[in-house]
Design a protein around this ligand. Structure first.
Ligand code: ATP
Length: 268
């Protein structure tokens, strides 16, 4: 079950070049994670500069946290375990503890490795008196295994968590994630960059004005922008299909270019 969530670098389909508008986060991750992994021989000679054992990515949904995590693994040549929290929390008492330790020992065996936990707050939120005994034990065990990574400084395993609710995280967890990055809603300039990237592989009409689109999409996440472009493309295809007469005579099937109206469509 765990193996089905394991991805080797060659199979990770995203890299830095698939991310727009997050250059400063990428630069910091390059320095704090990628370089120490790629130049392990140099970095192990200093106790002061090691790859962090925990990285936290926080910010609203759809802004690229998962994308960044996967691309970091790809760039650093790390394996990537996408740990589905539901798998741990749905298990019978005892089973989830076995699984948690299986995840960490697998990660250590196949290192360098990122254990990615999306919505980490749902699993490692602040402990409280209402916690089920099994949940409390699992959190404690998780932290012990995590701490164990530091004692084996030769192995590079990083727990990378993503959350929309960093304030709900257990303080003990936050302390274990010294590298923290806010990935917020894109600014106008960032939206322009994201739109450029998304549309670069599409045929677009000359009337498409990315500056105007970026201005009009205030509050859109990267995921919203992609959805807007996808809808525009679907709309264009539909137009071509439905406006054809049965013989297809009046249809210029070569003109699949997305135009500004397609993009403005139902969204703006
Ligand atoms: P969630 O909190 O819902 O898990 P997330 O922050 O992890 O969201 P992603 O899953 O990484 O968001 O992003 C969703 C999709 O949105 C990506 O697959 C990508 O197509 C697009 N996207 C988001 N941000 C960017 C960006 N900065 N550059 C390019 N594409 C982006």
């Amino acid at each position: 079950m765990i193996a089905s969530h394991l991805v080797v670098p060659a199979d990770i389909t995203v890299s830095w070049s698939d991310i727009a508008g997050l250059d400063s986060v990428i630069q910091e991750l390059r320095e704090s994670v990628v370089l120490p992994v790629q130049h392990k021989d140099l970095f192990k000679r200093s106790k002061l500069w090691q790859a962090p054992k925990g990285v936290l990515l926080h910010g609203p949904p759809g802004c690229g946290k998962t994308l960044i995590a996967k691309a970091t693994a790809k760039e650093a040549g790390m394996r990537f375990i996408n740990l589905d929290v539901a798998i741990l929390t749905d298990k019978w008492y005892g089973e989830s503890q076995k699984l948690t330790s299986a995840v960490f020992s697998l990660a250590a065996k196949i290192e360098p490795c990122i254990i990615f936990i999306d919505e980490i707050d749902s699993f490692l939120r602040s402990r409280n008196l209402n916690d089920h005994e099994a949940t409390a034990m699992m959190k404690t065990q998780f932290m012990m295994l995590w701490d164990g990574l530091s004692t084996n400084s030769n192995s590079t395993v990083i727990v990378m968590g993503a959350t929309n609710r960093p304030q709900d995280l257990d303080k003990a967890i936050v302390r274990r994630m010294p590298a923290q990055f806010h990935i917020g809603l894109p600014t106008e300039t960032q939206r322009n960059d994201i739109l450029k990237l998304i549309l670069q592989s599409e045929e677009i009409n000359q009337d498409v004005d990315l500056n105007r689109l970026a201005k009009l999409t205030n509050g859109f996440s990267g995921s919203d922008l992609r959805e807007m472009c996808r809808n525009a493309s679907v709309y264009r295809m539909r137009q071509l299909i439905t406006s054809s007469d049965p013989s297809g005579a009046a249809l210029d099937r070569n003109n699949v270019s997305i135009n500004m109206d397609d993009l403005l469509g139902s969204h703006l």
